[in-house]
Design a protein around this ligand. Sequence first.
Ligand SMILES: Cc1cc2nc3c(=O)[nH]c(=O)nc-3n(C[C@H](O)[C@H](O)[C@H](O)COP(=O)(O)OP(=O)(O)OC[C@H]3O[C@@H](n4cnc5c(N)ncnc54)[C@H](O)[C@@H]3O)c2cc1C
Length: 449
Amino acid sequence: MGAGPAGIGVLVAACNSGQLQQLLAQRVTILDQCDKIGAGAIGDYCINSDSHADTLLRCLDGNLGDRCPQLLVHPATLALCAYRGHAAPLPIVADFITALARAVQKIAAQANQPIQTGVEAHDAMRNRAGGWTIRARRNADGAEIELATRHLVVATGAEQSTSQLRTLSVSGQPLWPRYQDKLMLSRAVLNADGLATASQILARSEHPHVAIIGGSHSAMSAARVLLDLPGIEWRRESIAILHRTPLRPMYPSPDLARAEGYHAFGPNDICPKTGRVFPLAGFRSDARELLLRVLGLGKRPREQRIALIDVMRRNGGDIAAILERADIVIAATGYRPRALPLHDRDGRRIKLLAECFGSAAMVDHQSRLLDASAVPIPGVFGIGLSAGFPLEGTHGEPSFRGQANGLALWHSEIGAAIVSSVLDDSADQAAFDLPIAGSGRRPDEIQIS
Ligand SMILES: Cc1cc2nc3c(=O)[nH]c(=O)nc-3n(C[C@H](O)[C@H](O)[C@H](O)COP(=O)(O)OP(=O)(O)OC[C@H]3O[C@@H](n4cnc5c(N)ncnc54)[C@H](O)[C@@H]3O)c2cc1C
């Protein structure tokens, strides 16, 4: 479900790990509610990637590049190649993933496994055969369709919703309803339309102030796009970033960090494989550069228009004053999975762990979806933004406690591991068939209205 960067990534990973033919032989259906596949939401953001172009291009180094040589010289690939060694604008990344998706789509079509676009999945229900029946609607003609499947990969992305804002509090102070008229989600500010709205609000203020809640990449990216707005006169500490944990820059090595005057790390913050400091928790790309200026590291001119406010060390009065004077309060407190609703055989909703607890992951370390009791749901996998694949102890710095939200891992190890699990399970169930009650056929799709 979902043919965005993560959903497509499963097929990219299958190709590069040499499992694609085997997977396609099992019959694969990819559905997306949009007519365009590949880019998902990543092209909506008017900022640069936090990964280097090289990392995103790495998926072409293996079988996929050999199998689709035209992809290597595709204009979208060449446009991304122009950013090698740097971050790239996300719309350019989106074009590249679209080209990647089309190449994968072609391979799937050659194996008679089309990617179906314009089909919105409503939910999935466990069926008597032990698999899942997905209920969906075809946008073109409104037809309701059902798909029976043994395995389901949920790659429907994540969201920042206004309902999150209603429960958001800073230093014990609820933001809703007091600041509801000036609250914005970070995703809105990182998008051209939302940024234009923010610009209009700030232009009306004699001394504009913004409070950004959260110490995430999105928080620093929001600060950056605001500072770049033409015609806004920012002053010292006009933008306050309210965070709970320290904001850390990634450094290629401990020596480089120390040479720039950064010492706030220990042995557990260094990746044993690459020697990088905070490769996962640390800021990268433009957000990193801005953080380094805010911290005044490495002889950079200090960026004084941004104040980093550690809410754990400030009293409630200070925080209230910052929120009161802000023209806009931006919530950059992360995304939550937009998982497809699942039901058991009796039609009861299977609550996910991620739905029950604010920050809980949707998946375990094998990308299996977890129910409310943290038990894997049979045959259902999840991948993508906020799926919550745990990285601690496997990649990066040992001190890292968080999740993988990067394309490169979905397009390689994480995607490939899902494919292996599906293939192993299918081998165990070689005789598996999915009869739909009363049909006697083995259809993958039944149109019911
Ligand atoms: C501001 C920002 C910057 C980022 N920068 C980077 C970066 O530099 N590098 C990096 O590696 N990652 C980055 N990411 C993380 C991640 O790569 C992107 O968020 C990416 O778009 C996530 O892909 P996805 O497939 O999980 O979700 P999406 O992009 O949202 O795709 C989900 C797909 O599922 C479809 N869908 C949803 N619901 C249904 C349904 N019910 N039925 C059928 N189809 C459905 C949608 O149409 C869409 O195509 C960034 C994320 C954010 C928020």
